[in-house]
Ligand binder design. Structure first.
Ligand code: HEC
Ligand code: HEC
Ligand code: HEC
Ligand code: HEC
Ligand code: HEC
Ligand code: HEC
Length: 423
């Protein structure tokens, strides 16, 4: 065989190999069609957050499936058709769509027929971008989700462990006591057997503690009275300090709404329901309309959800609304007296304080309870200790300079002035 034919054959085989290896990318996926420009992805992100994020995440399953790689599972025209009107695709008998629909408990995904094809491609472009560049937080979330129970409650030692440690400690103490008693017994016996010890020493070794005498002594009486008075005084003082303090208050709500399910398991943003929290004084309790964004389709058979339908006079069978509307009577949990002024946007938006700092791990609560004391001392302490979030806020520039670029605490901007918190 000449060298030339040899090379030709070799390159032909190489060509076959290369095209075979790249086949999956070219023949089955049209992901290349998706826009990759920054502008398109930003537009996709906005549309995704505004319309889809309620039910979908890219990395994790939520109300709907995780959308990563979805452009490889289905082709682009199918996806566009499905997003525009998923029910139409399902009713057409498309096997994949019907299976998915059943898998997700027949949850109806709303139709987005008003989107242009370009806009849907932008959303898919954003999903592809997120698939290829998973955000750090998402991977960290996924990692901790497995070990969730172990780390729940943040830092510190979880209380179960604390109990175990204390029990272990007590057991060790008892063991030490037993060993000591054994040593004393052995030593006493040993000394008693010795002949060359005089009687006084023997008496000393064998003397018993006289409990009767001890209990009757003045010292003991004084000790008992002191402990008793101290406990009573502490209880009374604690009681006085907590008059009107509702820490731990956990009323039963008219509908068994659970933050553990909504904010925890399904990771719905707090702001999705508490719409005022970034922009106003009050965080707002969501109206039933917000619940209906999902519960017109989710868990329609539940007794608890039926209470929402009743409140807005909605008939789930016909999908019609009547006019016998009564608001849901949620029981208020947190309530400052009228003399105090508290503003959410000031703390959450400007101060960038997490909800959990003040409200505790709401996303783990099946029933909300008041986590902190909400006393004046609580507000003031935090204002003394917390730095103002002055970064990128020109309003504070001069003040930061006046503090030599050092700590600018809330107290330094007048956070302890009576009139800031009192009308
Ligand atoms: C009310 C909740 C809800 C909203 C809002 C929603 N979806 Fe869905 N989506 C679902 C559910 C549930 C499914 C599973 C199929 C079904 O039950 O119809 C699904 C399925 C999908 C699928 C198919 C996934 C797969 O694994 O093949 C895609 C793609 C999709 N949604 C995209 C979107 C996009 C894009 C948006 C926003 C424009 C959106 N969805 C908004 C609930 C929702
Ligand atoms: C799906 C909607 C929804 C989401 C998401 C949600 N909440 Fe709520 N939240 C409610 C409803 C409804 C109530 C009133 C019933 C109750 O107290 O359980 C409420 C009550 C509260 C209360 C007590 C209000 C009072 O009466 O003083 C706090 C505090 C709160 N939510 C914080 C949060 C935080 C923090 C998050 C995010 C981690 C969050 N919520 C997410 C719907 C929601
Ligand atoms: C973004 C979507 C979404 C919104 C908004 C929403 N929910 Fe839900 N809700 C869910 C999901 C998902 C479940 C869990 C369904 C399951 O367990 O299969 C659920 C479960 C429930 C349940 C438990 C039902 C049962 O019987 O297991 C109640 C009660 C409930 N929601 C009440 C509410 C109320 C009240 C609101 C409005 C303040 C609300 N939800 C808003 C998605 C939502
Ligand atoms: C600096 C502490 C602090 C932070 C941070 C905070 N809250 Fe509050 N929240 C309060 C106090 C105090 C009240 C009681 C207000 C009152 O009675 O006027 C309250 C009340 C509420 C209520 C009851 C309704 C209302 O507005 O009075 C809801 C709901 C609520 N918070 C949700 C949230 C959510 C969601 C976040 C995070 C986005 C958040 N809070 C962050 C301190 C805080
Ligand atoms: C977790 C810490 C924390 C708690 C608790 C807290 N605050 Fe604040 N507060 C802040 C921070 C931080 C700021 C500064 C926000 C900024 O302007 O950057 C602030 C600012 C304020 C201001 C504006 C001060 C000014 O000079 O502009 C008022 C008023 C206020 N808080 C009232 C309250 C009240 C009332 C409570 C108790 C019910 C409270 N705060 C509890 C951290 C806290
Ligand atoms: C950071 C906010 C804040 C500042 C600053 C502040 N207070 Fe208060 N104050 C509160 C809150 C919140 C309450 C309600 C607490 C409660 O109900 O336990 C309160 C309650 C009170 C009460 C009523 C106590 C009661 O039991 O009804 C008095 C009186 C009072 N404050 C006086 C003052 C005076 C005087 C100053 C200035 C030296 C001041 N406060 C500064 C937040 C503040």
């Amino acid at each position: 065989m000449s060298l030339k034919t040899y090379i030709t054959r070799l390159s032909f085989i190489a060509f076959l190999l290369v095209s075979f290896l790249s086949l999956p990318n070219h023949a089955f996926s049209q992901a290349d069609e998706l826009p990759t420009s920054e502008e398109a992805i930003a537009n996709g992100e906005e549309l995704f957050n505004g319309n889809c994020a309620v039910c979908h995440q890219v990395q994790n399953k939520m109300v709907g499936p995780a959308l990563k790689n979805v452009y490889e599972r289905r082709d682009i025209p199918w996806l566009i058709g499905f997003i525009k009107n998923s029910q139409k695709v399902i009713q057409s008998g498309d096997e994949y769509a019907v299976n998915l629909y059943n898998e997700y408990g027949k949850t109806v995904m709303p139709s987005f027929s008003y989107f242009a094809d370009e806009e849907i491609k932008n959303i898919l472009g954003y999903i592809k971008y997120q698939t290829d560049n998973p955000p750090q937080a998402a991977t960290a979330d996924a990692a901790t989700a497995d070990g969730e129970a172990a780390t729940a409650g943040g830092g510190g030692i979880p209380s179960e462990y604390l109990t175990i440690i204390i029990v272990g400690f007590v057991i060790v103490l008892v063991l030490i006591l037993i060993v000591l008693v054994l040593i004393v017994t052995v030593l006493t016996r040993f000394i008693n057997q010795k002949e060359d010890i005089d009687d006084r020493d023997k008496e000393y070794v064998n003397q018993k503690v006289n409990f009767n005498q001890l209990v009757r002594s003045n010292g003991f009486l004084f000790f008992v009275i002191f402990i008793f008075t101290a406990i009573v005084a502490k209880t009374v003082i604690d009681g006085l300090y907590t008059v009107g303090v509702q820490q731990g208050y956990q009323p039963t709500q008219p509908i068994a709404f659970s933050h553990e399910i909504h904010a925890g398991q399904y990771e719905i943003e707090c702001q999705y329901c508490h719409t005022g929290v970034m922009i106003s004084k009050s965080a707002n309790i969501p109206s039933a309309n917000i619940c209906m964004n999902c519960h017109s389709a989710i868990k329609t058979e539940s007794k608890e959800i039926a209470k929402i339908y009743k409140a807005i006079d909605y008939n789930p069978e016909t999908g019609e609304y009547g006019d016998n509307v009564k608001p849901i009577e949620w029981v208020r949990v947190h309530n400052l007296p009228d003399l105090a002024y508290f503003n959410h946007s000031q703390h959450v938006n400007v101060g960038e304080i997490e909800c959990q700092t003040c409200h505790g791990p709401i996303e783990e609560m099946a029933v909300v309870k008041q986590w902190n004391t909400l006393t004046m001392g609580w507000c003031i302490n935090c204002h003394r200790e917390t730095k103002v979030n002055a970064k990128g806020n020109a309003y504070y520039d001069d003040l930061v300079k006046a503090h030599d670029g050092g700590d600018l605490k809330v107290v330094d901007i007048g956070g302890l002035e009576c009139s800031k918190c009192h009308y």
